[in-house]
Design a protein around this ligand. Structure first.
Ligand SMILES: *Cc1c(COP(=O)(O)O)cnc(C)c1O
Length: 362
């Protein structure tokens, strides 16, 4: 079969290895597997969410509310905005797809940091666009500014905080940068980990209302997959001015969010207590990994997320294979050209085990 030539250069996105794989490959019992590879919430989700899912289960024969009115209202009120400023996606991944397809064709240029969320590049290449990256792995606004001076950019991605590295720009630096960006360049601010960043350092907090009102060429993305603990339900959202949101809705397939997902997300956003507890526990556990790395003389990146990126002296690929045999799944960064691992911060009990095993292997 002859497929589109643009597909030749695209690598299939490699998700964190599923528990089922270790069960099959190494015969490890599911209960003995610790999965810290996909930045899921190790504390599960709000009990109110679980109850609402059980209460909704008899509605599955009916199509969901395609307008997602209730969920949009809940998100709008959380951010002090209106429903017309919001679009819901099957994960914020799907909003990235809408954004790319609303802007890009083979004449378009997309700019991003050298090491950032892989889906920006994948959707960009699918659309045939030219992908440009800054020289530095981490976000460096001076480098972004130098490139936009030389080259017209149609779409620019900023991941704040950045997955997989964990660093985050200050909001004030972001605003100063946005002042210099052409108003015809759409800037995506991916806030998948903003709940974490704003807790650790208020200077990193980006207010979607402020940013999308002040800069009409921005769109803010949020997700229920991380701090809210709903990775399995696939719900994300985009926030922008009403014109941009109305345009993106043209790309949205009908009923892209399931009835259960809508219900779960509405309950999740109502339970901010769960989010605060999650985030506080995350950072208190993260210090254990920082101390471990320091003790071993390993470099790590200060993280504003629910994971930590640690450079390795010996092969990170071999380390990850050894960890797998012990039932521990973390993310190897070899495919990004970095000899490092990314570990999602687990519960105290998970981290006890992971740190004990890492101590043997590092
Ligand atoms: C997890 C993640 C997302 C989106 O996840 P969904 O599950 O599709 O909502 C988007 N951007 C970044 C940087 C992420 O880490």
């Amino acid at each position: 079969m002859r497929f589109k030539p643009t597909l030749d250069d695209i690598q299939t996105y490699e998700a964190g290895k599923p528990v089922e794989l270790l069960v099959r490959q190494y015969g490890i019992k599911p209960d003995n597997i610790i999965k810290l590879a996909s930045n899921e919430n190790p504390y599960g989700t709000s009990p109110a969410v679980l109850k609402s899912l059980t209460d909704t289960i008899d509605k599955v024969s009916i199509y969901p509310d395609d307008s997602a009115y209730e969920l949009k209202s809940a998100i709008a009120s959380h951010f002090d905005m209106q429903n017309e400023h919001i679009i819901i996606g099957a994960g914020s991944d799907q909003i990235i797809e809408f954004v790319v397809n609303s802007i890009c064709d083979k004449n378009s240029h997309i700019l991003m940091a050298k090491t950032t969320f892989a889906m920006y590049e994948i959707y960009g290449r699918l659309a045939g666009a030219v992908i440009l990256k800054t020289p530095s792995h981490q976000h460096n606004l001076k480098e972004f500014a130098d490139i936009i001076k030389r080259q017209k950019i149609d779409l620019l991605f900023l991941c704040l905080p950045n997955n997989p590295l964990g660093e985050c720009l200050d909001a004030d630096d972001l605003y100063a940068f946005l002042d210099s960006v052409d108003k015809n360049t759409l800037v995506v601010i991916d806030g998948a980990y903003q709940e974490y960043a704003r807790y650790k350092d208020p200077a990193k907090a980006i207010d979607p209302k402020h940013i999308t009102t002040r800069y009409s060429n921005t769109i803010y993305l949020g997700t229920f997959s991380k701090a809210y603990g709903l990775g399995g339900l696939r719900v994300g959202y985009g926030i922008s001015n009403s014109d941009t949101i109305a345009t993106l809705h043209k790309l949205r397939p009908p009923f892209n969010i399931t009835t259960l997902s809508l219900k779960g997300a509405i309950e999740a956003i109502a339970d901010q207590q769960f989010v605060s507890e999650t985030v506080a526990k995350n950072f208190s556990q993260m210090t254990r990994y920082e101390q471990f790395a320091s003790k071993k003389g390993l470099r790590y990146i200060t993280s504003y997320t629910n994971f930590i990126f640690i450079y390795m002296d010996n092969s990170s690929k071999e380390l990850c294979e050894k960890l797998l045999k012990k039932g521990i799944i973390v993310r190897d960064m070899t495919s990004y050209g970095l000899n490092a691992i990314r570990i999602t911060i687990g519960t105290k009990e998970q981290n006890d085990k992971v740190l004990e095993v890492l101590d043997m292997f590092c």
